[in-house]
Design a protein around this ligand. Structure first.
Ligand code: HEC
Length: 267
């Protein structure tokens, strides 16, 4: 009931804003016409997103979470798909046909299971939703910040050489072997073209994905692996679509450093 009244208030807010905007329109020229059209489209995008995505993507508490909030999704998609059209295409492709191999959020798949296809939603609706997500800041649930803060702290408390009670997390031997391969791959990389750096980003991410989706790691050890990869995923995603060799070199260097630090926390 409370949710319903919140929805009604929000929908009313959207409509009342629209009305007040069109009264401005009566006394002004074409410029406001364009502004008004953009405003209406944006409001529609918001409404459609709420109708079609919030049911799973906007929880009120950590316990009620069944999917990551959309602001986290945007954080993952934007570094890889920087242009609006690419971003929109990637979101639509995912919603119509979610496949693990296209996922940029393997941690979320592990935690919540893969998203069920929403192929019943018409493409025009999805275009409006995806463009709305690209153009606007996504709401951040209040509980989310606190939760992430706690996670980061937990990782620091357990690992790290400055902690007198330091105890490393035991992980599956397959993970250790894969991390060795990853280190070698980064260590021996000699990129000539910007595409080489992008390919390196894709390779590093697809290996990380295998680790995150590996069901041999469970419970707290898996949480810790997830936190570790959370800290490098932005670098991996940025490398996947890097536009200059200089930036590619910088990202490769950062990734190398961070991946080498795996042994500080895990064994
Ligand atoms: C029935 C629940 C449900 C609905 C409805 C839903 N999602 Fe999801 N979505 C999920 C879950 C669960 C995940 C996390 C697991 C995953 O990534 O597959 C997810 C993940 C995603 C991802 C990240 C995919 C990745 O792994 O890279 C995108 C993008 C996404 N959703 C977009 C949307 C959009 C846009 C809508 C509305 C049109 C929507 N979802 C509606 C459940 C849902």
């Amino acid at each position: 009931m409370r949710t319903l009244s919140i929805i009604i208030v929000l929908i009313t807010a959207v409509f009342s804003c629209k009305n007040s905007n069109s009264s401005v329109l009566k006394n002004s020229q074409s410029k406001s016409l364009i502004v008004n059209k953009a405003f209406t489209e944006q409001a529609e995008g918001y409404k459609l997103m709420k109708q079609n995505c919030y049911i799973c993507h906007m929880a009120q508490s950590k316990e009620a979470m069944i999917a990551p909030p959309l602001f986290r999704i945007k954080e993952h998609y934007l570094p890889v798909y920087q242009a609006k059209s690419e971003f929109s295409d990637a979101i639509i492709k995912w919603v119509l046909n979610p496949l693990e191999e296209n996922s940029l959020m393997p941690g979320a798949i592990r935690k919540f299971e893969c998203m069920p296809s929403q192929a019943h939603i018409p493409r025009e609706t999805l275009v409006k939703i995806a463009e709305y997500i690209f153009d606007n800041e996504m709401e951040k649930p209040g509980f989310f910040n606190k939760m992430h803060g706690n996670n980061q702290q937990r990782m620091r408390a357990r690992g790290g050489e400055n902690d007198p009670h330091s105890k490393k997390w035991k992980v599956d031997d397959g993970v250790i072997q894969t991390m060795i391969k990853l280190k070698e791959m980064l260590g021996s990389f000699e990129g000539q073209k910007v595409e080489d750096f992008q390919k390196l980003g894709i390779d590093v991410f697809s290996i990380s994905k295998k680790i995150l989706l590996n069901k041999n790691n469970e419970g707290e050890a898996w949480d810790q692996i997830h936190i570790f990869f959370n800290k490098i995923e932005n670098d991996m995603h940025s490398l996947m679509s890097v536009k200059s060799i200089e930036k590619g070199k910088a990202l490769t260097y950062i990734l190398q450093k961070k991946i080498n630090s795996f042994d500080d926390t895990f064994e």
